[in-house]
Structures are given as structure tokens and as C-alpha cells.
Design a binder for this molecule. Structure first.
Ligand code: GLY
Length: 418
């Protein structure tokens, strides 16, 4: 499939973060927007089949795709919706519709919690932009499916089904991971769209339980809490995609921050706002956060007092990998939190701007090595040897979301509504 570049910008190369009003994106210089558009064209030239959904690249630089039931399946169509908002060309809308609607069967998924990511990023953005009635029904059905994983004894949604732990040493009876905070937006939205408060009540209970059990005193989060489903008792806590059980996995901190900001958006409950501020301050004040605000894949990777359960060897990396996906998620969350936080809001927006500046630098917008994606240098799961220091579709998704948010904030100031 061939695309013609359609330039909608009148100003040519503009300095980063211009505060002028504009359609399209005034957040990035034209040249960088052209690069982003070019990456989507290249990807769509490579895969025209929406059942093969872009996810990452292989060691050889080939496009790695996922099926519709993979947890990342909603990010590519979601990115196309954001691209359409940044670069309002009807082609992007047509592609967004095509790559969204292939996910229609996902609304019935009940075997894990990722339906929130899959349906809300795709159909959720699609509904926000088009108000398509079918999309509304799919969002409500997806929330109904997700709600089946809620246990009132645990007061949480189960992330994964009961299974052996990844090291094979124990059983996870009712594992809840911090990532699950990201699925709550689907529930809040479904209550708004259906008038049924049940979804929202589940989301609030889940968030309250997460505040109680996932977080340490310093507002860093464990990755997983394993519950007894009969009593709701916490059996153990672990950090399976991070450096060690007691460490602070960077993307987990970002998921939690984003999730609590969303909880505040829908409830106005100050407990959620303060909690989000505390997480944001933990991240931004962390002594190991690099100057460019793109974190190492785990904040504790240099903490020699921690003992990784996996086969870690300090010399395994020439440099400690960063996680651009964690930075992009944090950036998008800070832009929203910046509007809500009376105490720290301005500082959060400044930090988000800095993250946009870092991620749009040639280090991360690494056109020589990115192939089909926008950002390089993300990490899937180092303990599992999977997706290390490569582009990942969800880093791009949250980066584009941050650009859309920033752009709309520039146009509407503080009256911007999420
Ligand atoms: N939700 C899976 C991950 O963040 O890797």
C-alpha cells in the first residue's frame, strides 16, 4: 500500500514546544512529524494484514507482529488514532478503523486482564473520536468481560489465571500485577457509557486494594501481589519483570502512576490525587533517574544489596538498558497530573516537556535502527531475555498520546478536559 505524504503544516521547521495555536502537531518540529508519518507508512507497507499487528523488531531488524489476542494488540490501532489527531489525514482514520475493527472478538476475552489495554486503546480512542455506536457497545461488553475477573473477597481483578510462578518454585493463586491499574480506565468509561455504576465500583475497589498492598513506604510498587482467593490474604509479593522482588521495575512505576491519575480523573477522590503525586515524586526525585529522565529498566539495578532470582550477571550489558516505554507512559501521565496537582502541577508539565524533548532526540528517535517504529531503547522483560533494548509498539503509543495531550493543552490551556 502506498501513501502520499500530505503536509498540513505551514510553518516548516519549528522549535520544540512552541506555544502557538495550531492544528496538527505544533509540539514537534515538522521534520520530526515527517519522520513519524514516514515510520507508519513504512510499517503499513510491510504489513497490510491487520491480523498481524506490529509489536517490535527482531534481532535481524524484521518486523515482529502479534495476533489479535496478544496483550499489545490494541496499541497499533490506538497509535493510528493518535496519528490521525496529530496529522489529520483521512487515510490515518481509515487505517485506524481497519486495525481497530479486526479486534472485535477481543471484547469477549475473559482469560486474562489485558482486555483493558487491547480494547480501550483501540476502540476507546475510536469511540472518543467517532462516537460510533457499535464501538460504545464493544467497550461496555469488554468491561463486562473484565469484570468477571473481579473477586469481592480479594477486592481486585485477577491479572493472570492461577499458575506456577515463573521460577517454578511456587504457585500464584490469584496474581494481581501493577499493570492492571491500566485496565481501570475501560471500567470507568464503561460506567459513563452505560450508566451502570458496577464497573466503576470495581475499578475503585481495585485501586484501593492496590494502594494498600502493592506499594512500599517510599511509593515504589511491587510488580505482583499473589492473593488467597478464598480469604483475600496476601500470600507473597514479587517483581517478576524487574531486577529483584524488592526492586522498583521502571515500567511498573509508570503503569501505577498513570492508573492513579486516571482514578482521580473519574472520581475526584483526593486520595488518588495525592497517591499519584507521591508516585510521581518518587520517580522524578529518584537518585538513579538519568538526566534525560528516561529511566533504567529498573530503578534498583545498581542496588548491590538486592538479590535477583534470575540469572543476572552485571557484565551482561555494556550499558544498563533504559526503558523508553516507561518514560513515555510517565510523560503522558504527568501531562494529565500536571493539570490536577495544585502543589506540583507546573513542575510535572516541565518534566513532561523534558521527557518529550529527550524521546524526540536522535538517541531515541533513532532513525538508523528503529525500522518500523518511532522510539528505540525500550525493554520488554530482561529476566525473561525478551525484547531488550529495542522499539516496542506501546512506547510509541504513549509517546503519541503525550504529543496529542501536549498539543491540545497548548490549544486549550487549563480548560483542556481529559
Ligand atoms: N503489561 C506487560 C508489560 O508491561 O510488560
Amino acid at each position: 500500500m502506498r501513501f502520499k505524504l500530505k503536509t498540513l503544516y505551514l510553518l516548516g521547521v519549528m522549535p520544540l514546544l512552541l506555544s502557538c495555536k495550531s492544528n496538527g502537531s505544533a509540539v514537534l518540529p515538522q521534520q520530526k512529524m515527517d519522520y513519524i508519518v514516514g515510520q507508519f507508512e513504512r510499517t503499513l507497507n510491510e504489513t497490510d494484514d491487520p491480523t498481524k499487528i506490529p509489536r517490535s523488531i527482531s534481532n535481524n531488524g524484521d518486523l515482529v507482529t502479534s495476533g489479535i489476542f496478544g496483550w499489545t494488540s490494541g496499541f497499533f490501532s490506538g497509535s493510528l488514532w493518535y496519528l490521525y489527531e496529530l496529522s489529520p489525514d483521512e487515510r490515518w482514520k481509515e487505517e485506524a478503523i481497519r486495525w481497530t475493527e479486526i479486534l472485535e472478538p477481543v471484547q469477549y476475552v475473559t482469560n486474562d486482564h489485558d482486555i483493558g489495554f487491547m480494547i480501550n486503546c483501540s476502540y476507546g480512542n475510536g469511540y472518543r473520536i467517532t462516537k460510533n455506536e457499535t464501538y460504545r457497545k464493544i467497550l461496555i461488553q469488554a468491561a463486562t468481560s473484565l469484570s468477571q475477573r473481579y473477586n469481592p473477597m480479594v477486592k481486585s481483578i485477577k491479572s493472570w489465571n492461577r499458575k506456577k510462578s515463573w521460577d517454578g518454585k511456587t504457585i500464584w493463586h490469584y496474581p494481581v500485577i501493577i499493570d492492571n491499574m491500566m485496565n481501570l480506565e475501560l471500567l470507568f468509561e464503561a460506567s459513563k457509557l452505560s450508566g451502570d455504576p458496577a464497573f466503576r465500583n470495581i475499578a475503585v475497589e481495585h485501586a484501593m486494594t492496590t494502594m494498600k498492598n502493592h506499594y512500599r513506604k517510599d511509593f515504589s510498587s511491587y510488580h505482583m501481589v499473589n492473593y488467597d482467593p478464598k480469604t483475600g490474604e496476601v500470600l507473597n509479593k514479587a517483581t517478576v519483570q524487574g531486577f529483584a522482588d524488592e526492586s522498583s521495575w521502571a515500567r511498573g512505576q509508570a503503569w501505577g502512576l498513570y492508573g492513579f491519575v486516571v482514578c482521580y480523573r473519574y472520581t475526584g477522590n483526593k486520595r488518588f490525587l495525592e497517591f499519584a503525586e507521591n508516585i510521581a515524586n518518587y520517580i522524578l526525585n529518584h537518585p538513579e533517574l538519568p538526566e534525560d529522565l528516561v529511566p533504567y529498566w529498573d530503578f534498583d539495578v545498581k542496588n548491590t544489596s538486592l538479590r535477583p532470582e534470575w540469572n543476572y550477571e552485571p557484565r551482561m550489558f555494556k550499558e544498563i538498558p533504559r526503558d523508553a516505554s516507561a518514560a513515555a507512559i510517565t510523560c503522558s501521565a504527568l501531562l494529565e497530573l500536571g493539570l490536577y496537582s495544585e502543589k506540583y502541577g507546573k513542575g510535572y508539565i516541565i518534566k513532561a516537556d523534558e521527557i518529550i524533548r529527550s524521546l524526540s532526540s536522535p538517541t531515541y528517535m533513532d532513525s538508523a535502527n528503529n525500522k518500523y517504529f518511532i522510539l528505540n531503547h525500550s525493554v520488554g522483560s530482561i529476566p525473561h531475555g525478551a525484547e531488550i533494548d529495542i522499539p516496542l509498539v506501546y512506547a510509541d503509543y504513549y509517546f503519541l498520546e503525550a504529543l496529542v495531550r501536549k498539543n491540545r493543552m497548548q490549544q486549550n490551556g487549563n480548560s483542556y478536559k481529559f
